[in-house]
Write a protein that binds this ligand. Sequence first.
Ligand SMILES: C[S@@+](CC[C@H](N)C(=O)[O-])C[C@H]1O[C@@H](n2cnc3c(N)ncnc32)[C@H](O)[C@@H]1O
Length: 229
Amino acid sequence: MTDKKKTSGRKTVRDKAVRVKTARGRKNSSTRWLQRQLNDPYVREANRLGYKSRAAFKLIELDEQLGLIKQGTVAVDLGAAPGGWCQVLNQRGADHIVAIDLIEVTDVPDISFIQMDFTDNDAPDKLIAMLDGKRPNLVLSDMAPNTVGHPKTDHLRTMALVEMAWDFAFNTLEEGGHFVSKVFQGGTGNELLDQIKPHFKTIKHVKPKASRKESPETYLVAMNFRKPT
Ligand SMILES: C[S@@+](CC[C@H](N)C(=O)[O-])C[C@H]1O[C@@H](n2cnc3c(N)ncnc32)[C@H](O)[C@@H]1O
């Protein structure tokens, strides 16, 4: 997808950028957010195709590049709301999808969802119970904490979520399974990466095109899990 260019016949046309006027009572940051949403081709495409979020295109891209989702995949989606990744998992053949988020996921059929904080002590056991005795082939985490604008604090909070997601993946993944996690600030911390590496055949950091250039997010993709003996 190109940014503002569309090709129609032999002519190249440019969509007019939508400008949002500042409204009384609306903060400048909200106006900027609204303007960015209205001019974002992925947001428009997500609306057109009925995806709950532009994030759907990130998983589509990762799957197209790396072949993560197979027919019959059992998947766990951590930080699933509003549900774009669940929709993509469904469309691409996953047949048991367990999802969790602080916020409710609505109108996404064929998923088993729990509204809960993943950092709660009982969250992992609840998710395991929802897997009905199956081990996941795919553990995905798109969780992002609410940032406070203090880089060190934000980084620590994010890393804590990645570590917890990894801990869950390590304890549950099926042999040959994959773990995908959003990470920030140039990648996974070295210590954590050293823990994860020996358990997978391949490790990559990928920034999908759908991930905003200005965002420090990338995705850690760890493929072909080797179960500890
Ligand atoms: C970028 S959004 C996920 C978008 C999703 N992948 C999609 O395709 O629609 C990040 C989500 O992580 C969730 N999240 C952040 N911290 C969480 C936590 N501790 N437990 C559960 N969900 C959490 C947020 O509520 C938010 O909905």
